[in-house]
Design a protein around this ligand. Structure first.
Ligand code: B4P
Length: 195
C-alpha cells in the first residue's frame, strides 16, 4: 500500500510547497496540474497556449483538457500492482465534475483514494503570500486583481469539493498558517486519520 492523497486549499495556502515536501517524506510522486500547465506554457506547446488563456485570467482550464491530462498521467504511472501506486494530487480535483472524473479514473485503474487533505488559510494571508511570490517569480496570475478573482473562483467552484470528501468522511483539515516545516508536520500527522 502507498499514500494516495488529494491536496485541497485556496490559492496560496501552500499546496505546491507542501505537496513537494510530502512527496519526499512519503516517497510518492506529487502531481501538480498547475505545474504541468506552467511547464507547457514555458515550452510553447499547444496545451500551453490553451492553458495560458485561462490561467493568466485566474480562470480554470476547461475540464476536458485537465481531466485528460490527469488520466494520462495516472494511467502511465500504474503498474502491475495497482496497490503500489502512490501519489499526491496538488490542485486537482478543482470542481465537483473533476471529482467525478477522478473517481472514474481510479475505478478504471483499480485503486482507491486514502482521502483529501485541505490546507486552510485566511484570504488576507494568502494574498500577501502570493504578492510576495509575484515579486520573486513574476507569475502572470499573481497580480492583486487576478489573485482576488482566483479566490472567487475557489469559493464558487473548488470549496464544494471539500464538502464532497467531507460527506464521504474522507476529509481532514490542516491549518496552513505557520512555518513551512510545522505545516508539513501537521499534514503528516493528519494522514493518521485515514488509517
Ligand atoms: P496552481 O498552480 O494550483 O496555483 P495556486 O492555487 O496558487 O497554488 P500554488 O500551489 O502555486 O501556491 P502555494 O499555495 O503552494 O494553479 C494555477 C492555475 O492553474 C489556476 O488558477 C488554474 O487556472 C490552473 N489550474 C490548476 N489546476 C487546475 C485544475 N484542476 N482545473 C482547472 N484549472 C487548473 O504557495 C503560494 C506561496 O505561498 C508561495 O510563494 C510559497 O512560497 C508561499 N508559502 C507556502 N507555504 C507558506 C508558509 N507556511 N508560510 C509562508 N509562505 C508560504
Amino acid at each position: 500500500m502507498s499514500a494516495r492523497i488529494v491536496l485541497l486549499g485556496p490559492p496560496g495556502a501552500g499546496k505546491g510547497t507542501q505537496a513537494a515536501r510530502l512527496a519526499g517524506e512519503l516517497g510518492v510522486e506529487a502531481i501538480s496540474t498547475g505545474d504541468i500547465f506552467r511547464a507547457n506554457i514555458k515550452g510553447g506547446t499547444e496545451l500551453g497556449r490553451l492553458a495560458q488563456e485561462y490561467t493568466a485570467k485566474g480562470e480554470l482550464v476547461p475540464d476536458s483538457v485537465t481531466n485528460a491530462m490527469v488520466k494520462d498521467k495516472l494511467v502511465s504511472m500504474v503498474g502491475e500492482e495497482p496497490n503500489h501506486l502512490g501519489f499526491i494530487l496538488d490542485g486537482y480535483p478543482r470542481n465537483t465534475a473533476q471529482v467525478a472524473e477522478l473517481d472514474a479514473i481510479l475505478e478504471e485503474i483499480g485503486v482507491t483514494l486514502d482521502g483529501a487533505v485541505e490546507i486552510t488559510a485566511d484570504p488576507e494571508v494568502v494574498i500577501e503570500r502570493l504578492l510576495k511570490r509575484a515579486d520573486i517569480e513574476g507569475r502572470a496570475d499573481d497580480t492583486e486583481p487576478v489573485i482576488r478573482h482566483r479566490l472567487g473562483v475557489y469559493a464558487e467552484q473548488t470549496a464544494p469539493v471539500s464538502g464532497v470528501y467531507r460527506d464521504r468522511e474522507r476529509l481532514v483539515q490542516v491549518d496552513g498558517i505557520g512555518d513551512v516545516e510545522d505545516v508539513t508536520a501537521r499534514l503528516i500527522k493528519s494522514l493518521e486519520q485515514f488509517g
